[in-house]
Design a protein around this ligand. Structure first.
Ligand SMILES: [Zn+2]
Ligand SMILES: [Zn+2]
Length: 265
């Protein structure tokens, strides 16, 4: 059985098709998924999915790319984190990819928002789901400054260098691989996937984005996560069953999620 550790099922491409997606997940032996929150406005929908289905869980957080949305506070996130089936804080982090005409000084709001998430995670004892893009130095510096190793977490949809992977592991974080690891031009990332110890790896779809080969270009969904597992298995020279089992166990350990009985799927 496989776990999708990161998907956006409340986005319109997927939200109206949950029953069909769940059937596809069962057929593909994907037995669990973590549904990721990206705005406070979206949280109720994310949480409703986790409450409705035994094998879905939820996060609480505001994505660094989301501007003109309600700004999270430690108090607000702490309250959401206490709700049933909320197992992680995020996704949060830094994204300087869409700077446009702005300078890094003008992105202080993003760094402050990230700090709020880290402080919350430490306070509530739940792991962080970290998004970092074109901002790895600041991401790592802030994680260290805020004592994020006390909360732990995962660098999701990893696309950074070997050095950043090493730093993430040194902080006690896990590294999550998405469909990008199957893309033809992702040789550097495949080196990272060979390097990260299996007991620190997660797999994810980040759906509806980034569908793995052989579905590249389609709308992604959690039933495609076995293709990510197959790629990681091939890179590590392991049977896919071993990658499925290890990444599922890692998911349970990081998020404090129990193994799910077959009847719940
Ligand atoms: Zn992300
Ligand atoms: Zn995401």
């Amino acid at each position: 059985m496989f776990v999708d550790s990161h998907c956006h099922l409340t986005l319109p491409e997927l939200h109206g098709r949950i029953d069909a997606i769940r059937a596809d997940m069962a057929a593909a032996r994907v037995d669990r998924a973590l549904v990721i929150c990206t705005t406070l406005e979206e949280f109720a929908d994310v949480h409703a999915l986790a409450l409705r289905y035994d094998n879905f869980w939820a996060s609480a957080g505001v994505h660094p790319d989301n501007e003109d949305v309600e700004e999270p506070t430690v108090e607000r996130l702490t309250a959401l984190a206490a709700l049933p089936k909320v197992v992680a804080i995020g996704e949060t982090g830094l994204d300087y990819y869409r700077l446009g005409a702005r300078t890094l000084d003008q992105m202080e709001w993003q760094r402050e928002r990230f700090r709020v998430h880290i402080r919350t995670a430490r306070q509530v004892g739940k792991p962080l789901i970290v998004h970092t893009r074109s901002a790895s130095d600041d991401t790592l510096a802030i994680l260290r400054e805020e004592g994020a190793e006390q909360a732990g977490g995962v660098f999701h949809c990893f696309t950074e260098t070997m050095a950043v992977a090493r730093a993430a592991l040194d902080l006690g974080f896990m590294v999550s691989f998405s469909g990008i690891v199957t893309f033809r031009n992702a040789e550097d990332l495949r080196d990272v996937a060979r390097f990260v110890p299996l007991e620190r790896c997660l797999i994810e779809t980040d759906s509806p984005y980034l569908a793995p080969v052989p579905h590249r270009g389609k709308v992604n969904n959690p039933s495609f996560v076995p293709h990510v597992a197959a790629a990681v298995a091939q890179l590590k020279g392991l049977p896919i069953e071993e990658v499925a089992q290890a990444t599922s166990a890692n998911f349970e350990r990081l998020f404090g999620v129990p193994a799910v009985s077959a009847s719940a799927v």
